[in-house]
Design a protein around this ligand. Sequence first.
Ligand code: DGT
Ligand code: CA
Ligand code: CA
Ligand code: ZN
Length: 585
Amino acid sequence: MDNLTIARLLEETASLLEIDAADPFRIRSYHRAAEAIQQQTTQLETLVHDPKALLAIPGIGKGMATNVVDLVTTGTMPIRAELLAKYSPTLLELLNLPGMGPKTVALVWSALGVTDIDSLEAAAKVGHLDDLPRLGKKFTDKLLKGIQDYRSNSSRFRIDLAAEYAAKISALIHAFPGIDQVTPAGSLRRGRDTVGDLDLLVTGPACEPAIVAAAVEHVATLPLIHKLLAKGQNKVAFTLENNLQVDVRLLPRASYGAALQYFTGSKMHSVALRQRALKQGLTLSEYALARLDDNSIVAAKSEEDIYNALGLDYIPPELRENSGEIEAAESHSLPHLITLKDIRGDLHMHTDATDGRDTIRQMAQAALDRGLHYIAITDHSKALAMTNGLDDRRALAHIQRIREVDAEFQQQHDGKFRILPGIEVDILADGSLDLDDSTLAQMDIVIASVHSHFNQPLQEMTDRVLRAIENPHVRILGHPTGRLVLKREPFAINLDTVLRRAAQLGVAVEHNAHPARADLNDLNLRLAKQLGCKIVVNTDAHSTEDLDIMRFGITQLRRAWLTPQDLLNHHPTAKSLLTHLRPKP
Ligand code: DGT
Ligand code: CA
Ligand code: CA
Ligand code: ZN
């Protein structure tokens, strides 16, 4: 049993304990252990006979160590078995629906005998939820819509999860001798925010046709295979326990480029490319780019060779959607896409003052360690009561502490790292802001975000956000769509109107780098650039590790054709950044 599985089972147990209304401290200990185990580089299953090593992991005490040993040796643990005897495992899936927290799940289970999504939907449809305390008709409507969304989305997977599994499977395939490269292709390589299935291409001496059978056998017997779907001469398809399908192809070095091009897609890009090839008397397949007349191979080994032979510059995978990239590659006008190292600062993160896990100092040190030159600390405002949001008095005291830590860091690092005082202020239902202007005036970075009343009609939401950005203290619009990838659709808003006004006012729009949020999709981001908006990409980190999710944000920016110059946080110093934000009133 690998670390990811152990962590997932502990998380599930935490959710079951929550449904069971267990002691919050106990629930927290399972979350903490799961988090810590995900960070471990050593596989815990190799440590089960070494209790000291297990106990050395932060967040793992004696009881949790026993749990881990039980999980690894028996596949379950007493507390989990006990909870699963009481509650059906399908109850856990209900937690993916909007509004269904552990308390509500426990309520519908005890009051209505709901055990899974189907029975929940049935109960909602006949109005049984309307009569329950804290729920009601509005809740029911929202839930039914949520169930629909969930069903249409549940066959796709978020990019971070897909990337995690791709890395894990790659490592397992690499264990076979004679494998040089395992490359994710398909939508994962193109960086879509969700992935239907994983496509992995494998090459190396072991993949040569005469001997590939042994490598195929290795792939077909990987320990994490849930169900083997197909095993062919050079391909294996299987599903994982979570139903994610994986297509693996093993290819000789000589045709790797052609195969990579073919299986990266997108289908529309490849169709356009093949048409172009035909016009040049060539034929493009998953094996090679070849001449039509005598079948002689023109290019096959690398993608660069293939694109160049077609008279095109190399096209980065993120652009391969047949939306102008082939024309741009022909006229040598492809953009120089942004990369992670172009980002110098991160302007949106939370600390333990509200719902973040770590202190100002810890966040700053982690940002410094990742090579950033500046950050802004932007905790929540009071309307978000469940996050312990700051009122005016606490917000002002908080920025005082931010300034102190900033002074300390400036001294230690010759002024080369800055911590800017900021706030993520809530946009209230009527478009007013949650804190006084006099408080906002003290902040360098004011991000205004919608966090509530997501169901307002189009015009009301549009007016609400427009009113918020008219406030001269607002420098960044956060969560411009409020979507949660695969969980919650964007709220109704006329984004075009809002982006136009933001561009006029000089308010930057934020792309949230978190793979669960990614507020703006690739098309929205392209539109923002077209309309002349300032754009900023931030992690919205709630812990030091969250700072690493910046890479997922960058992938979406690349899909939107953005260059380093299109991003405000490409500016090398806090000073130059501040001069490019909306001027302070
Ligand atoms: P997904 O899995 O739904 O997120 O999207 P993709 O793009 O990964 O699609 P997938 O897994 O069906 O196929 C991977 C790539 O293989 C796809 O981008 C292009 C190529 N491909 C697959 N089937 C066909 C096909 O019938 N014709 C062509 N031209 N290409 C195909
Ligand atoms: Ca795929
Ligand atoms: Ca596929
Ligand atoms: Zn935030």
